[in-house]
Design a protein around this ligand. Structure first.
Ligand SMILES: *Cc1c(COP(=O)(O)O)cnc(C)c1O
Length: 392
């Protein structure tokens, strides 16, 4: 049994004055929508650059591809990790130079590699022989980095198994690369998204050390480590501050590589934009399934298909805020669509005020990542989630 949530401490997530300003901005807008606090993303980017001065940031576009966010990060000097030719086109249309873009998806069609190459992309992730050969053929001379398989333990949203390959296979891929027109450039990994165990980076960084050493058997001098994503947003379960991630990761790197580090890339998605979003919803219906059932169902005007897909298996537990105070009760939170999957939290009981009523607003904090970009097009006719940008 998990401990239920009894108190909501807004201070952990927001300065009260700023939150009030956001709420006032949101007041005139019709729910549901995602409110993005652009200033927070700027602060986070600057913090990351300051704390992780040893690393070059590639924002993972998929986390939130809203144009205002991409423009802000581009203006601040960020590079970008794209997963498809569509994200690539979006970045190029904003005037971002191909030198600042990495094609980080290991699952690519040959014609998409050729397209990216034609547009000037020269940096590709890979984790299989077939993909490597496709890169060699369609993007000759490009730099490739090899993605290590990681089991993602400790992550709230693991990406395990699907991506990466065993270090022994990478060793073979490096060997094969020496016979192909590609430049073996570095190694990458992803510790799993919302990684709360910083030690996971340590383990994978030592695997990088091993691969740097074994690459020398092929006379290959690897030059880069891509630390991937995994930096957290602040949800219900606490995580250490970003500064601690940064100092620990630096320590792991220096333990294995000394002071003279190779080029280090990071690809923050969730950690860059997660905390900057507030998904504003409204209570549609409150009901009980029977007289004796202790829990009320609270149905909101958005759910799993309207931006909250990461509540699958109740993996991500967003902080939920309502304006009313006073005595509270445990409830089940659900979305408005006609699919039974569209229940947000049933095992894990959120406590909301007993006075909560239909028409009241319910705010999901830390929803800047993987919400707007993850929502359905018009299941049940509900339109995709709107985003409003708050700039102060
Ligand atoms: C999704 C993804 C990221 C971003 O991960 P977060 O945990 O959201 O920071 C980074 N790199 C790659 C290759 C990804 O697929």
């Amino acid at each position: 049994m998990k401990t239920p949530i009894y108190a909501f401490d807004l201070d952990r997530y927001y300065d009260t004055r700023r939150f009030e300003a956001l709420k006032a901005f949101a007041a005139t807008k019709q729910t549901p929508f995602l409110l993005i606090d652009l200033g927070r993303i700027a602060e986070r980017y600057d913090e990351l650059v300051r704390e992780m001065s040893f690393a070059r940031p590639f924002y993972a576009v998929k986390a939130n591809p809203h144009e205002s966010i991409l423009k802000l990060l581009a203006a601040r000097g960020s590079s970008f990790d794209v997963a498809s030719v569509y994200e690539l086109d979006q970045m190029l249309a904003l005037g971002v130079e191909p030198e600042r873009i990495s094609y980080g998806n290991t699952i690519k069609k040959a014609r998409d590699i050729a397209y990216a190459y034609h547009k000037g992309i020269r940096l590709f992730a890979t984790d299989s022989e077939s993909d490597l050969r496709k890169i060699a053929e369609n993007a000759p001379g490009s730099k490739v980095f090899y993605r290590i398989l990681s089991d993602c333990s400790g992550a709230d949203w693991p990406l395990s198994r699907k991506f990466g390959t065993h270090p022994d296979s990478i060793y073979r891929l490096i060997g094969l690369s020496t016979r192909l027109p590609v430049q073996p450039y570095g190694v990458s990994f992803h510790v799993g998204s919302q990684q709360r165990d910083i030690g996971q980076w340590g383990y994978l960084i030592s695997t990088c050390r091993y691969l740097f050493d074994s690459a020398r058997e092929f006379n290959v001098e690897l030059k880069m480590i891509n630390l991937g994503g995994g930096l957290p947003a602040q949800y219900f379960d606490p995580t250490p501050p970003i500064a601690l991630y940064a100092s620990e990761i630096r320590r792991f790197l220096e333990e294995d590589f000394g002071k003279d580090l190779p080029e280090i890339f990071i690809e923050p998605g969730r950690g860059m934009v997660g905390d900057a979003g507030i998904l504003v919803t409204e209570v549609v219906l409150i009901s009980k399934k029977s007289q004796v059932n202790p829990y009320s169902w609270v149905y909101l005007d958005t759910g799993k298909f309207g931006g909250l897909i990461e509540t699958l298996d109740e993996a991500i537990k967003y902080p939920v805020y309502v304006d009313k105070k006073g005595p509270s009760q445990k409830v089940i939170l659900a979305g408005p669509t006609c699919d039974s999957v569209d229940v947000l939290y049933e095992q894990f009981k959120y406590e909301l005020p007993v006075t909560l009523a239909e028409g009241d607003r319910v705010y999901f904090l830390s929803t800047g990542a993987y919400t707007a970009s993850y929502c359905s097009v018009n299941f049940n006719g509900f339109p995709p989630l709107t985003t409003h940008i708050f700039e102060d």
